[in-house]
Design a protein around this ligand. Structure first.
Ligand code: 1GP
Length: 226
């Protein structure tokens, strides 16, 4: 469950986090907006921690806002960015700070597929086409061989269409590391299709903001194997 402290106040976030726990979500990701204040993020994480022991993972848009109150951070490289800043610059800018905060760094290759939405623009991504599994495989496998522990296939928050099932399937069949799928997953059926295509983790943000009552259905669809 992805929660954005830039869009909701700490009380609302903690309320949604409580519902997420009851629904059976596996973890809380904090991130989204590009203009978050540190204070806002700290207050939000504290409010969420007051109601759940689920892992809280920072999902940063840049090196600016970090908090030692989180359990871990997705230490991401946007492999298909055209800018060094998002491939390795933000990472160099934040590494020492992350060490000092004691955050666990979870290395991840982040791949932006069409339409990419705001993340595509901000990250100066050369968006991967929706219908070219081989190109996505090349990028994902490069991420694995570079030593990343996770691959994130991202269509962008609020995308009309999530990453296509055949792309998820092609990548997960080729890779040996877990694949995260996010962006545009709006209902249980779609979540279930992505899991059946091989995704290990599904990220949902917008749908939870718009209709948090769907969380149980989503969690059940994602956990269909259990
Ligand atoms: C964004 O993949 C996430 O980084 C979530 O996207 O807001 O469309 O669920 P949604």
């Amino acid at each position: 469950t992805l929660l954005d402290p830039g869009k909701m106040n700490p009380d609302t976030l903690s309320n949604i986090a409580k519902q997420a726990v009851m629904a059976g979500t596996d973890g809380i990701m904090i991130g989204g907006s590009t203009d978050l204040s540190s204070e806002n993020v700290e207050l939000s994480i504290q409010a969420i921690k007051d109601v759940t022991n689920l892992p809280i993972i920072l999902f940063p848009s840049d090196s600016g806002v970090l908090s030692g109150k989180a359990d871990a951070i997705f230490f991401m490289t946007l492999l298909n960015s055209s800018s060094l800043q998002y491939i390795v610059g933000e990472q160099i800018a934040s590494a020492t700070h992350i060490k000092k905060l004691g955050l666990e760094a979870l290395s991840m290759a982040y791949l932006l597929l069409e339409p990419g939405m705001r993340a595509g623009l901000v990250g100066k991504a050369r968006l991967l086409p929706r219908d070219n599994p081989n190109l996505v495989i090349s990028h994902a496998l490069a991420g694995q061989y570079l030593g990343m522990k996770l691959i994130y296939l991202e269509a962008g928050s609020g995308a009309k269409e999530p990453v296509a099932n055949n792309v998820v399937e092609a990548v997960t069949e080729t890779l040996d590391i877990p694949v995260i799928v996010g962006g545009g997953v709006r209902n249980a059926e779609t979540a279930s299709e992505k899991v059946k295509a091989g995704a290990s983790i599904i990220v949902t943000g917008t749908v939870i903001e718009e209709n948090s009552s769907l969380m149980s259905e989503l969690a059940d669809a994602i956990h269909w194997k259990n």
